[in-house]
Ligand binder design. Structure first.
Ligand code: PLP
Length: 407
């Protein structure tokens, strides 16, 4: 056995299972989203429409965001030049944290380089602060939460996805004197379903547990000021730690938690993922702050986004596509086979210039492979028509089933 042959075996395994991932090289065109130019493997160019981006509201090209980023670069240069503790805290970082704590009505917020790092760093640090902590984690939580919980040295208990009876049973099984934390998401991005947030918070109250919510697929898009589903439902004040991203609806990059001043202070002081890494470039923080501030008032854009998602779902349902509809802005279409899923994605791209990445294991369970569309306010009627017609044609051509999956 050589090192090389181990690499060959590992890669071949993915090919054999039909889940080897290839990058699609795209360059988005500012002012012309969701249009992009793809560079094919042979170096030739192709016009494409991106249907799987997470820039849910098109804020990545918004003039307010770009202006803030240009101004910051001109004023202060490219990088931050340090970790937060060693010269890397700037007025831009502080301003963004103030925007975020205001967004969630929390005393403070703490920036990380991504929401992945925010989840991983926070959840892996909490047992150092609360000795004996047991984390109760939804079985469909994102990989970043799983990783943080897995290597934190504390105890964990996984409850069935969105299952309140199971959560209660798991809470019941933890000795009453131990500290507990319930970790869950507001919107699960692969099925696009909501968590029963209020009922989870009621259980947390009953069992004296802390709560941690990942609102990555909701911030900017839900709630009167874009504070997420918890804001929409009037529940932010009952949640101890709110996690969000600046890379999806806010169109830039970075992640954060919002919590009490003491909680942020403790995470800031103990989390290696916060302490030992260079802070975000000031221009990124400036763009994100402009985006968060803008979306506190742009309810029309939020509405347009919801309307666009509802319209696409209606069209796909009309064709009898196996849509997984759980009432959110995410539009997953079930294929159920990794090879077919990749084949449809390839045909959409090569024949129709429609880019949607196949979603395979381990992102979703085997046998539930899907195409996951993310309509946004920048997708116009022509793009929707082109997508719906292409899917209709391919579904017939590949003799795929059209039965609707209940959400
Ligand atoms: N949490 C969830 C639920 C996600 O889906 C993702 C990314 O897709 C993340 C966290 C990580 O976010 P970021 O891209 O900011 O690292």
């Amino acid at each position: 056995m050589t090192y090389d042959s181990s690499l060959d075996i590992a890669l071949q395994r993915l090919h054999d299972e039909g889940r080897y991932r290839t990058f699609i090289d795209v360059e988005r065109e500012r002012g012309n989203f969701p249009h992009a130019v793809r560079t094919k493997p042979d170096g030739s160019k192709q016009d494409v429409t991106i249907w799987c981006g997470n820039d849910y509201l098109g804020m990545g090209q918004h003039p307010v965001v770009l202006k803030a980023m240009h101004e910051a670069i001109d004023a202060t240069g490219a990088g931050s030049g340090g970790t937060r503790n060693i010269s890397g805290t700037t007025v831009y970082h502080k301003r963004l944290e103030a925007e975020l704590s205001d967004l969630h009505h929390k005393e403070d917020a703490l920036l990380f380089t991504s929401a992945y790092i925010a989840n991983d760093a926070t959840l892996s640090t909490l047992p150092k602060i609360f000795p004996g902590l047991v984390i109760l984690s939804d079985s469909l939580n994102h990989a970043s939460m799983i990783e943080g919980i897995r290597r934190n040295g504390g105890a964990k208990s996984i409850f069935k996805h969105n299952d309140l009876d199971d959560l209660r049973a798991k809470l019941e099984a933890v000795p009453a004197n131990l500290p507990k934390l319930i970790a869950f998401e507001s919107i699960y991005s692969m099925d696009g379903d909501f968590a029963p947030i209020e009922a989870i918070l009621d259980l947390a109250d009953e069992y004296n547990a802390l709560t941690y919510i990942d609102e990555v697929h909701a911030v900017g898009m839900y709630g009167p000021r874009g504070g997420g589903v918890a804001e929409r439902d009037g529940l932010m004040g009952r949640i101890d730690i709110i996690n969000g991203t600046l890379a999806k609806a806010y169109g830039v990059m970075g992640g954060y938690i919002a919590a009490s001043a003491k909680m942020c202070d403790a995470i800031r002081s103990y989390a290696p993922g916060f302490i030992f890494t260079t802070s975000l470039p000031p221009a990124v923080a400036a763009g994100a702050a402009a985006s968060v501030a803008h979306l506190k008032t742009d309810t029309a854009l939020r509405q347009q986004h919801q309307d666009g998602a509802a319209a696409l779902k209606l069209r796909l349902k009309g064709l009898g596509m196996p849509l997984i509809d759980n009432g959110t802005h995410i539009v997953p279409v079930h294929v159920g086979d990794p090879v077919k899923c990749k084949m449809i994605s390839d045909r959409l791209l090569d024949d129709f210039g429609i880019y949607v990445q196949p979603i395979n294991f381990p992102t979703v369970p085997r046998g539930t492979e899907r195409l996951r569309f993310t309509p946004s306010p920048v997708h116009g009627p022509e793009q929707v028509d082109a997508l719906v017609n292409a899917l209709d044609m391919l579904w017939s051509h590949c003799a795929l089933n059209r039965a609707e999956l209940a959400g």
